[in-house]
Design a binder for this molecule. Structure first.
Ligand SMILES: [Zn+2]
Length: 349
């Protein structure tokens, strides 16, 4: 059971509008910022004041002029008119979270802080996308039929290739350079390899980025090409965050809430229902390709209706679940979270 912490945010989510900015705790504010159409309607940026009057921006949001103005206006309200953020802290590499980091840095000289793996993932993804031969070989290995190969290749290589390097890399357990506050990095790979949650130890706030969202099930392995199975890491890190159940969750989208352990369990069950579905397909056809497995799963749009990034996402998800089952690692996850009831229940894409 989760408990929304802001009536304004909860009603805005229900009415599909962007909520007003709010004070969360001493020196901590929300700043909801608009997203590009086709994505979650807004992203929560957060402002965190330090003991020396500096204000740090967590997730500066999509690269839009109106968002840049909103951040500058919010900084001015805190008494930092004309001065930029003391630092730009990024939970993960996606453009709805990190997009404005480069313009804020170049405009104000503010350092960008993120986990090293998400900087590497940006580079790795850009290299992979730039090598059409390698992408093609990976799609063939997934079993994409030859008559669909050019179409799927077009969806994959149409992804933007932005690389924003960090000025400071964080590792799990590091304290952030925020004077007077104990704000600690909690590395939660899965959604992206370098995804960070941020723990405000004194006020028991957990900035959860896209690791946990109160309503939508976050995507896994959403950083493009990846060597390790992100689903295995993600399921492990859903276990990790149960330790912060006493904290208020400050997510990247939707609304603030309490009930981190319950939400982690709900999300794990949803992913594991898909794992069990893939396990059943592989039990009767152990050598099936990713494409062949995916075509036999239940999809909210129907398999035939999947195109563009929905199709690529469906193949990626299927590949991760199949790898989890073939490695046997799904048995640990099913033991930790419990085996979900079998039966078709479309997961969506
Ligand atoms: Zn997001």
């Amino acid at each position: 059971m989760i408990i929304p912490m802001s009536a304004e945010e909860h009603s805005a989510h229900r009415d599909r509008r962007i909520p007003a900015a709010e004070r969360v705790a001493e020196g901590v504010w929300t700043l909801p910022l608009r997203n590009h159409p086709g994505h979650m309607s807004f992203t929560f940026s957060y402002l965190v004041e330090d003991a020396e009057g500096g204000v740090h921006v967590i997730d500066p949001g999509w690269d839009l002029d109106e968002n840049l103005e909103a951040i500058r206006a919010a900084l001015a309200r805190t008494g930092r008119r004309g001065r930029g953020p003391a630092s730009i802290i990024v939970t993960h590499l996606h453009p709805d979270h990190m997009g404005l980091a480069e313009r804020l840095r170049s405009g104000h000289g503010s350092p960008v802080v993120l986990h090293r793996w998400d900087e590497e993932a940006q580079r790795e993804s850009a290299h992979w996308l730039a090598d059409a031969g390698r992408v093609r070989a990976d799609l063939v290995a997934w079993g994409v039929p030859s008559e669909r190969l050019e179409e799927v290749l077009g969806y994959v290589t149409g992804t933007p290739r932005v690389v924003i390097p960090a000025d400071l890399h964080l590792e799990d357990g590091d304290l952030l350079p925020v004077p007077g506050r104990r704000l600690r990095a909690v590395h939660t790979p899965g959604h992206t390899p370098g995804h960070l949650c941020l723990l405000e130890e004194d006020q028991r706030l957990l900035f959860t980025g896209d690791h946990l969202l109160p309503v939508v099930t976050p995507g896994v392995g959403a950083a493009g090409h990846s060597a390790e199975n992100p689903l295995r890491l993600y399921l492990d890190n859903l276990l990790t965050v149960r330790a912060y159940d006493d904290c208020q969750s400050l997510p990247g989208h939707e609304f603030r809430y309490r009930g981190i352990a319950a939400r982690a369990a709900g999300i794990a069950a949803r992913h594991l229902r898909r794992t069990v579905e893939v396990e059943a397909v592989l039990a009767v056809d152990p050598g099936a390709t990713t494409w062949a497995v995916a075509s036999r799963l239940s999809w909210s749009r129907g398999w035939a209706g999947l195109t563009r990034h929905y199709l690529v996402s469906a193949l990626r998800q299927t590949a991760m679940h199949a790898d989890l089952v073939r490695s046997g690692a799904h048995l640990d996850a099913l033991e930790a979270w419990g085996r979900p009831p079998v039966g078709p229940r479309p997961l969506g894409t």
